[in-house]
Design a protein around this ligand. Structure first.
Ligand SMILES: [Zn+2]
Length: 395
């Protein structure tokens, strides 16, 4: 019997990618031919990323895009209609003129609006209108149009379509990210092979410097292993591309982590920057990947100053016990302290802030651009080397 944490909802993993076994490809290409004859509903990049999460089983136990009751419940109570914990609505919207032509019970094809590729088919069981402002107030705690998550929700089509999906392709991801693109079934089997049962996930959309290394090692001290899990979906301007980031992380792991304590993987989500609510979603799907802990640092999944630095810690205390089987590892901001002569947090270092090494992302880019030396107390030389090559190539 598996020692791994059960998937969210307590049942089996439910990947929505059509087909399994040797005939899967054939099954998908047959379905694709049929889908090409059906009415097409465009997917925004956020919707495509959610579809890919459904495809791999990361959003278990969702069957597809949410109906009105589930939308409402997840906004207001962080619960689906059947009581399952779910902190952020997963919905699909379209314009009125498209919705008008679709009848309930009809199967439609879902098309990535950026590539024109048919990604999935959906049996439309419900069409409904949402209060987008309500969603923003509940999920993002703001309706400020400058918040990137709010911008996207407010730009959605007027009608939401709901229904179960069957995904026909995972698009560019398995090809572009090969060994990084691990599905929950893959990470679970890697954990089982290593006989891990307590596994921490470390979320990142940046290369890992020494402060991140410290966070990761705290997790390894108390768990069997660590999943370094990077965001492969759309990034913000100025973010390091995924392949460079993966190489930088590889360089760190190879040189500074004990062997067989770390697995690196990526997943296709597009960040919503919903801060505390998103931290809960991040925990939920990490449970599906087989993790028992999620490292939640300062301002997890936040943007600007919309959220208090520890809001993403506190929200875990406010949910009903039993909502999730995964637990947060709440750790305050980490830094290198000159007097401690090592990495620390504000819980462990008593020294003045001026002794703490802090280099912002912007400042770091500037340092690379000006060919300034990067202190090895900030980042490991092997990591700096990978990043410097990237900046030299792109500048
Ligand atoms: Zn100190």
């Amino acid at each position: 019997m598996s020692k791994l944490v059960p998937p969210h909802g307590g049942g089996e993993l439910e990947p929505k990618l059509l087909g399994s076994g040797p005939n899967a490809e054939e099954e998908r290409s047959e379905a694709l031919k049929r889908a090409a004859e059906q009415k097409a509903v465009p997917l925004s990049s956020r919707e495509t990323s959610d579809l890919l999460m459904l495809a791999m089983g990361a959003y278990t136990p969702l069957e597809g895009f949410m109906g009105q009751d589930d939308w409402h419940g997840s906004c207001l109570e962080m619960k689906l209609n059947d009581g399952t914990f779910w902190p952020i609505p997963i919905t699909l919207s379209c314009d009125e003129d498209i919705a008008k032509g679709i009848s309930s019970g009809e199967e439609v094809s879902l098309v990535d609006e950026e590539t024109g590729q048919i990604m999935a088919v959906m049996n439309v069981v419900e069409k409904y209108i949402i209060d987008r402002k309500l969603e923003c107030t509940e999920v993002f705690q703001t309706t400020d149009p400058a918040h990137p998550g709010v911008t996207k929700v407010m730009a959605q089509g007027k009608i939401n379509l709901a229904g179960p999906v069957r995904v026909l392709t995972e698009g560019r991801f398995p090809r572009d990210f090969k060994s990084l693109y691990l599905r929950p079934i893959d990470t679970r089997s890697l954990f089982a092979e290593r006989n891990w049962s307590r596994v921490a996930a470390f979320q990142t959309r940046n290369p890992m410097h020494r402060s991140h290394e410290y966070l990761a090692k705290i997790a390894i001290e108390i768990c069997d292993g660590l999943l370094i899990h990077q965001v492969l979906g759309k990034l913000k301007k100025g973010d390091i591309p995924a392949d460079v980031r993966a190489n930088a992380i590889d360089a760190l792991v190879k040189n500074y982590f004990a062997s067989d304590t770390v697995i690196q993987a990526g997943y296709p989500i597009e960040m919503r920057y919903a801060g505390p609510r998103e931290a809960l979603l991040h925990a939920l799907f990490r449970q599906n990947f087989g993790c028992t802990h999620l490292v939640v640092g300062r301002d997890h999944a936040g943007v600007g100053d919309y959220y208090g630095p520890l809001d993403a810690h506190h929200i875990f205390d406010s949910i009903d016990s039993g909502s999730l089987k995964i637990e947060p590892l709440k750790i305050d901001i980490t830094f290198y302290c000159n007097i401690c002569q090592g990495a620390a947090t504000s819980r462990t270092c008593p020294h003045d802030e001026t002794e703490r090494l802090a280099i912002s992302g912007t400042r770091l880019r500037e340092m690379f651009a000006n060919k300034e030396p990067i202190p090895t107390t900030f980042s490991r030389p092997e990591v700096i080397e990978v990043l410097r090559a990237h900046y030299e190539y792109t500048s």
